[in-house]
Design a protein around this ligand. Structure first.
Ligand SMILES: Nc1ncnc2c1ncn2[C@@H]1O[C@H](COP(=O)(O)OP(=O)(O)OP(=O)(O)O)[C@@H](O)[C@H]1O
Ligand SMILES: [Mg+2]
Length: 526
């Protein structure tokens, strides 16, 4: 096992690394730091969250001198990543006092020009803005010794390749070129040789591209019940910090709206927002002022936020690479995480392809019923209570309780406090927001119109039993059944009606589609 001392770094660089709390180099750092210090070209591949930034950042800072010229340029695919990489390198450079500067679109160019005039040895930028400065003559790369492409496979992909080539052509031919990513499709490796001189290939994650600390599960969902499924999944998980990925910007906006109106602490991130908005959202997420970040793939690569517990692919990613990077926003730097993927019937093939290519099995899970969610929330609260008792320090609160406990049953007192603390999260199920109106049923019952495809071929008795099973309610809760011609009606006890409704509103029995809706009184054919 190596230590950072083995690299015999400048005392002030070592001091900064110590202060960052890095005790020993991660495998990619152990392998790459000596090579980069040596001036070699490197293609570095290691799993998400394993310290690739410092693997190039440390040697760049170590080698930087103060001659007022740009010595190193790091290119990233997104503005957020440029900002983050700049922040990490600034920490490494804290005592050696090497200047760094992020330059990216959406930020005042004048401000960047003034900063560049001060002479900055390490620049971190997005390709578009870097090219902009080159064309204005405000950024000269003729003394660059090292170019880093972070998320290299993405940078050498269609959307960026021309810009990258233009930028590289501004740098000296004898420069050092470094490529880093968690994924390197073969065609990218081949392409990369055009820009590099006999590169060293460092691959840490042999065989497995995803991080073993990330548990991976999937839920089969129907397109139209996705939102409901998402809420149930979130409610039955203890999500302290999560990222939800959507395919489109519009999808992000719509989901943010829907989740906000249901009381979740969320905000959205995508490329159509102003830079000020993007900065504000990222800041809220990093400081845990929101619990859920809904984002497009703009947040899929490189973003490092501490303690992200869950990544949810609300829309399944379009290729295995995107999957690897998205789920890699959790399970970073040795922590555990859970990756959840929603898959609709049409997308099932894609899921299997992702599973095959990442060689990481995903475990199937059932979307929890409302009863499951209620039980999970009760369990979460019970655990919170036990932890609070265990942590102690309750004397102050005991004093506040005063003689309330003398005059009232302590269980009543505790229950009242739970009601207050859970701010209605645990409200009784019969109080839930289900008003089926007058369905013309026997008192105490709700009458549903059931539409079952013919191919299901169920006898009335079987239908009643199947409905109860699907909804997870007692058999006797689903009562009388009337069949008039093609129309089937069932009566369900009021208390069980929401479960039956939620479970069978749209589902399948024996492979045949079922549709259930509250009956209208006049359709009661007596
Ligand atoms: N040697 C180390 N010891 C402890 N923590 C480290 C070490 N190196 C890096 N880290 C921390 O680990 C986290 C992940 O690092 P980083 O963002 O560089 O990962 P990455 O490999 O670039 O991931 P991705 O592929 O997602 O971009 C960061 O918070 C970083 O500060
Ligand atoms: Mg990274």
């Amino acid at each position: 096992m190596s230590t950072f001392e083995d690299f015999q770094l400048n005392r002030r660089v070592q001091q900064a690394i110590d202060e960052m709390g890095f005790e020993e180099p991660s495998p990619i750092q152990a392998a790459c730091i000596p090579l980069v210090l040596d001036g070699k070209d490197v293609i570095g591949q290691a799993q998400t969250g394993t310290g690739k930034t410092a693997a190039f950042g440390i040697p760049l800072v170590e080698r930087a001198t103060s001659d007022g010229k740009v010595q190193a340029i790091i290119l990233t695919p997104t503005r957020e990543l440029a900002i983050q990489v700049a922040a990490e390198i600034r920490k490494i450079a804290k005592y050696k006092r090497v200047r760094t500067l992020p330059i990216y679109g959406g930020q005042s160019i004048g401000h960047q020009i003034r900063a560049l005039q001060q002479g900055v040895p390490i620049i971190i930028g997005t390709p578009g803005r870097v090219l902009d400065h080159i064309r204005r003559g405000t950024l000269r790369l003729s003394h660059v010794r090292t170019v880093v492409l972070d998320e290299a496979d993405e940078m050498l992909d269609m959307g960026f390749i021309e810009d990258i080539e233009s930028i590289l052509s501004e740098t000296p031919a004898e420069r050092q070129t470094l490529l880093f990513s968690a994924t390197f499709p073969n065609e990218v490796r081949r392409l990369a040789s055009r820009y590099m001189k006999s590169p060293e290939h460092v691959t840490i994650n042999r065989g497995e591209v995803t991080v073993p600390l990330i548990d991976q599960v999937y839920y089969k969902v129907l397109e139209r019940s996705k939102l409901e499924s998402l809420c149930r999944v979130i409610d039955s998980e203890e999500v302290s910090l999560g990222i939800i990925f959507c395919r489109t910007k519009r999808g992000v906006d719509e989901l943010v709206e829907a989740l906000l109106s249901r009381g979740y602490l969320v905000d959205g991130l995508h490329g159509d927002l102003s830079q000020a908005q993007r900065d504000r959202v990222m800041k809220k997420f990093r400081t845990n002022d929101i619990e859920l970040l809904v984002a497009t793939d703009v947040a899929a690569r490189g973003i490092d936020v501490e303690n992200v517990t869950h990544v949810i692919n609300y829309d399944i990613p379009q290729d295995p690479e995107s999957y690897v990077h998205r789920i890699g926003r959790t399970g970073r730097a040795g922590k555990r995480g859970l990756a959840i993927t929603f898959v609709t019937p049409r997308e099932f093939k894609l899921l299997k392809q992702i599973e095959r290519e990442t060689k990481a099995p995903m475990v199937a899970r059932e979307v929890p019923s409302l009863a499951d969610v209620a039980e999970r929330q009760a369990e979460i609260w019970r655990n919170r209570i036990l932890e609070t008792i265990h942590d102690g320090g309750l004397a102050h609160y005991r004093a506040i309780l005063g003689n309330v406990v003398d005059d009232h049953d302590p269980i009543d007192v505790a229950s009242a406090l739970l009601k207050l603390a859970s701010s209605d999260e645990l409200r009784a199920r019969e109080e839930a927001d289900y008003d089926f109106g007058d369905t013309g049923a026997t008192p105490g019952m709700v009458r549903f119109f059931v539409n079952v495809g013919r191919s299901a071929r169920l006898s009335p008795a079987d239908l009643v039993r199947t409905i109860a099973e699907e909804a997870g309610v007692p058999g006797q809760a689903v009562g009388k059944i009337d069949i008039f011609d093609r129309f089937t009606f069932v009566e369900v006890e009021e208390e069980s009606a929401p479960f039956v409704y939620e479970a069978l509103r749209q589902s399948r029995i024996n492979g045949s589609r079922v549709n259930l809706e509250p009956a209208k009184p006049r359709s009661r054919m007596r």
